[in-house]
Design a protein around this ligand. Structure first.
Ligand code: KG4
Ligand code: ZN
Length: 406
């Protein structure tokens, strides 16, 4: 039965989905995520319960080839999506005909990968007569925390992943204001490239880790974390934008020099790689923390948190898995009386549950987001996030007394 038929009353103008929610009627949404290298499918209820969540990661394969090659990623999504879906449905114990909608990532991401998810969503939508909710991948990362924890709108969000670095102020599920973004690389991308350049993947203990995880793990074992020095990007710009390309290029030059000096063999790793990782992680964290501090000051100065008595900063995206970065954001927030949150680790990285949850958040706000005509639903590789307030942030000319990194 479709959402429209099941809750016919719902679609009378006087009845909203939040009304339905208050009446204890739970919605169940299937979420499909294929924007990059994870095939993620989940079923989530409107009370935040995750009935099933299956992720088929291509990481191991891409690690072997030194990076993601879009046609290979597409092929892997194509061959994995059906079994991922079947396993999710089995784990969920739900009959697909009982679903209320299908949420699917349509933007931004690798077009070839997104297409596989959307095509599958349309197939299921037609088969079971279910509406489709197109989802913005970064909006989904930003709201995931609300699936598990009580974080009220409005809040500030730091999105750090393999493809993005953004600071957004979120007023409601569909109202985002961009305060800052990366001018070049994303932090996860920098971690992945430096980890590969250091050849951490050739060491057994890091072989199955992504770049960020490998650098975080190695950094914990550093004995002299200040051995290497790193520049602080964009320190003269009084905005909240990010830049990781300089840090990355500077690191590559330092590794090249160390390899020459140490006569490192082509299959070996520089002697002080752990100290290098600690220095790189600290420099990245200092940059992220400083930009976030200015965003926080902007929100407070402009009274954007309104009368929210529990102002919050949420960290999400794959890089939010990093405990050192998150601890620093917690410490920063504490200095301003703002509590920091992040989703539990299984939901920081790409997954289907965050897409399903975003579908639920959108449905609760406006059921018109669920489309029954699929003809105009398409994928988009690049897509902005919310309304830009970047110029307004710069105009404020905010000077901060930097909170020191831990
Ligand atoms: O959000 P995500 O799963 O995919 C994208 O949408 O990009 O993020 C993946 C990124 C990878 O670049 C990976 O290196 C990074 O998240 N990552 C981490 C950690 N775990 C994953 N970065 C730093 N520290 C970690 N522990
Ligand atoms: Zn992501």
């Amino acid at each position: 039965m479709s959402l429209f038929r099941k809750y016919g009353v719902l679609f009378q103008k006087t009845r909203s989905i939040s009304w339905l929610h208050q009446q204890n009627c739970k919605l169940s949404v299937l979420g499909i995520e294929t924007s990059c290298d994870d095939t993620g499918i989940a079923v989530v209820q409107s009370d935040g319960k995750v009935l099933g969540n299956v992720t088929n990661s291509q990481q191991g394969i891409h690690l072997r080839y030194g990076g993601i090659i879009p046609p290979r990623a597409q092929e892997l999504h194509r061959s994995n999506i059906e079994q991922t879906y079947l396993k999710c449905i089995e784990n969920s114990g739900i009959d697909p005909s009982a679903l209320d909608a299908i949420a699917v990532t349509t933007r931004p991401g690798l077009v070839m990968s997104l297409m596989i998810g959307l095509r599958f969503a349309k197939y299921l939508g037609r088969k079971y007569s279910k509406p489709i909710i197109p989802i913005h991948h970064m909006e989904a990362h930003a709201l995931t925390v609300r699936m598990e924890q009580k974080v009220e709108f409005p809040f500030l969000c730091l999105l750090i992943s393999g493809g993005h670095s953004q600071l957004v102020f979120i007023k409601k599920a569909t109202e985002f204001y961009l305060l800052g973004e990366s001018l070049d690389d994303a932090p996860g991308e920098a971690f992945d490239k430096i980890s590969r350049r250091l050849r951490l993947n050739t060491m057994t203990k890091f072989a199955n880790m992504n770049g960020g995880q490998a650098i975080e793990t190695a950094a914990k074992e550093a004995t002299c974390p200040d051995r290497y020095e790193f520049p602080l990007p964009l320190s003269r710009y009084k905005d909240c934008n990010f830049s990781f390309a300089g840090l990355k290029n500077n690191s590559i030059r330092t590794i090249n020099a160390a390899e020459i000096e140490e006569k490192t063999r082509p299959d070996d790793v520089i002697i002080h790689y752990k100290d290098f990782c600690a220095g790189f992680l600290k420099a990245t964290t200092r940059h992220i923390s400083n930009r976030t501090q200015r965003a926080l000051e902007f929100c407070l100065r402009k009274k954007l948190f309104d009368n929210n008595t529990n102002p919050a900063i949420v960290v999400s995206g794959g890089v939010a898995n990093n405990d050192y970065i998150f601890d620093n954001i917690c410490n920063l927030g504490q200095k301003y009386g703002v509590k920091a949150y992040r989703p539990s680790k299984q939901f920081c990285s790409d997954n289907g549950a965050m897409i399903a949850w975003n579908g639920i958040e959108r449905l609760m706000e406006d059921q018109a987001c669920a489309l029954t005509n699929f003809d105009n639903i398409d994928v988009k590789g690049k897509c902005t996030l919310g309304l830009s307030l970047i110029d307004e942030v710069t105009e404020e000319d905010i000077k901060c007394k930097w909170v020191k990194t831990l």
